[in-house]
Design a protein around this ligand. Structure first.
Ligand SMILES: *[C@@H]1O[C@H](CO)[C@@H](O)[C@H](O)[C@H]1NC(C)=O
Ligand SMILES: *[C@@H]1O[C@H](CO)[C@@H](O)[C@H](O)[C@H]1NC(C)=O
Length: 494
């Protein structure tokens, strides 16, 4: 355990102790590093504060909550109370020990690096914290697609499929640019594929399906049928910040009072927690995940208005599951161009995308297989033993000539079942345009909203959470300090 991160943990605990947050207990000293850096900055600024100005309660100590806290504190709003339901800071940035190494069960990559603009998370990761990171190289996929019953496909054949999918995506990007900016002509990625006579979800080969899955589901955690073309192709994360993605593999980790009720009126807010503690403030900033807002965990009094409820339910909370499996020995091919490999099952999305860790975790004998959406929900509801059996069966099919031993251990994150998250990140579905998005972010009286799902261009990403915290804090600051409390939402197709 790194001592400097322990010091940061202690600082954050002190910040918490300044305020009556009884249930933010046992802040682990080794929690999510990035969140902690922000927390430290926040703590330094909050220490001298003698409770001047309005009091703001922030619900959730994930990236957006902490980022909002820092922005508020920069603006002189220093009477802050952060309520966190779990025993760690960082929300969906969360490391967990697995077979002797710390792996990330939540956010893992800095996505969008080496482009025209700087991804705000990148300097924090690569310079401030110097977290170990590795650029992910997807250039060799064509050599690494496994047949359902063993052996790899011919590279040229797979490459043709990839090229075709890339061309269709490029046409989709052009088409997307010609659509009404109001969103009135938006369509699903699947519809766009059909317009280009591309049938990866229809009567398609296993290779078509796994390439399609890799291109879309592996990024958005939902199939092309669901995902908005206009808001994801091209994706601002990559067009602004660059195409590269860096995998964070640092032992420090890339990284509550349970709030059950928020009452609000013209004069203030009251937050009640599961243990019946009551906190009063002038404003509340809710950074709970979209999945939590879609559940009944937090009761709002009065009920949120219908427009807000509709916006919350029209956006999608996706599920992306990173399953880590440990083996007593390696049986997979090693060397350059072998980091990522695909399993072309006839059942779309069935243990399709694999990663091994020659550089990141050299002697751990750990594989990562990613599943999403319905497969994630199915797997969360079965025993880990059952999942282990399925995974070993798939690997034995992929490597028929090899002695594939039983897995020694397995880690199956359950973000969807977890009542504090109810999924992993938001995905932008068709039918939603800027109108619903603005409504999702819009305050309701003194209740403000932040989180990756409210990020203007980067929903679903860590940098989206970070930037949304700043943006939502700005909206609150406008009201609290400049008395500009009206938040304008334009009509659906204006
Ligand atoms: C990350 O930091 C290292 C060490 O300072 C530097 O050499 C490298 O170029 C940085 N990477 C990127 C992509 O900026
Ligand atoms: C999983 O399987 C192992 C051995 O195969 C067994 O020892 C263990 O009890 C099983 N766990 C559960 C929860 O069924």
């Amino acid at each position: 355990m790194c001592s400097s991160s322990a010091a940061k943990g202690a600082l954050f605990t002190s910040l918490i102790a300044l305020h009556p947050v009884e249930r933010v207990e046992e802040m682990s000293p080794s929690t999510a590093a990035i969140a902690l850096v922000l927390a430290v900055i926040l703590a330094r600024q909050a220490f001298p504060a003698a409770a001047a100005g309005p009091r703001v309660i922030i619900v959730g100590a994930g990236m957006s909550g902490i980022s909002a806290g820092k922005r508020l504190s920069d603006a002189g709003i220093t009477d802050l109370l952060i309520l966190e339901a779990t025993d760690h800071v960082g929300g969906r940035m969360h490391k967990q020990n697995f077979g002797g190494i710390n792996v990330e069960v939540g956010a893992n990559w800095v996505e969008g690096v080496n482009g025209d603009k700087m991804n705000p998370i990148w300097p924090i990761v690569n310079s401030t914290l110097k977290l170990r990171n590795f650029r992910s190289d997807f250039d060799y996929l064509a050599q690494n697609v496994y047949k359902e019953d063993g052996g790899v496909y011919n590279e040229n054949y797979v490459q043709k499929t990839i090229d075709q999918a890339d061309n269709v995506e490029e046409s989709g990007g052009k088409l997307s640019g010609t659509l009404q900016s109001s969103g009135s002509q938006d369509m699903s990625i699947l519809a766009m594929q059909r317009l280009n006579d591309h049938q990866p979800n229809g009567p398609a080969t296993p290779v078509d399906m796994v390439v399609d899955y890799f291109k879309y589901d592996y990024e958005f955690a939902e199939p092309p049928r669901v995902t908005s073309l206009q808001n994801t192709v091209p994706l601002p994360t990559f067009s602004n910040f660059g195409d590269d993605v860096y995998f964070v593999a640092d032992q420090r980790g890339y990284e509550s009072v349970v709030v059950r009720e928020i009452s609000y009126s013209g004069s203030g807010v009251t937050v009640k927690t599961e243990d019946n503690s009551v906190y009063k403030a002038d404003y509340v900033m809710v950074s709970a995940s979209l999945g939590v807002l879609q559940s009944d965990l937090i009761q709002f009094k009065p009920k949120l208005p219908q427009w807000k409820v509709l916006a919350i339910y029209q956006f999608d909370m996706a599920v992306y599951t990173k399953i880590f499996v440990k083996f007593p020995k390696k049986f997979w091919p090693e060397g350059k161009g072998r980091e990522f490999f695909l399993y072309a099952s006839s059942r779309r999305g069935y243990y399709g995308v694999w990663q091994k860790f020659e550089k990141q975790y050299p002697d751990a004998n750990v594989l990562l297989v990613t599943v999403t959406d319905e497969e994630s929900r199915r797997i969360e509801q079965q025993s880990d033993n059952q999942t282990k059996v399925e995974i070993v069966e798939v690997l034995r099919k992929m490597f028929p000539g090899k002695d594939v031993p039983d897995a020694a251990d397995i880690l199956v994150p359950r973000w969807w079942s977890n009542r504090f998250y109810r999924g992993t990140f938001s995905n932008w579905p068709i039918g939603v345009n800027r109108y619903e998005y603005d409504q999702l972010r819009a305050p309701v009286g003194r209740v403000y909203f932040t989180g990756e799902h409210t990020s203007e261009h980067y929903n679903g990403y860590v940098h989206g959470a970070y930037l949304s915290g700043i943006d939502s804090a700005e909206i609150l600051i406008n009201c609290a300090q400049k008395k500009m409390c009206k938040y304008q939402v334009q009509g659906k197709y204006d």
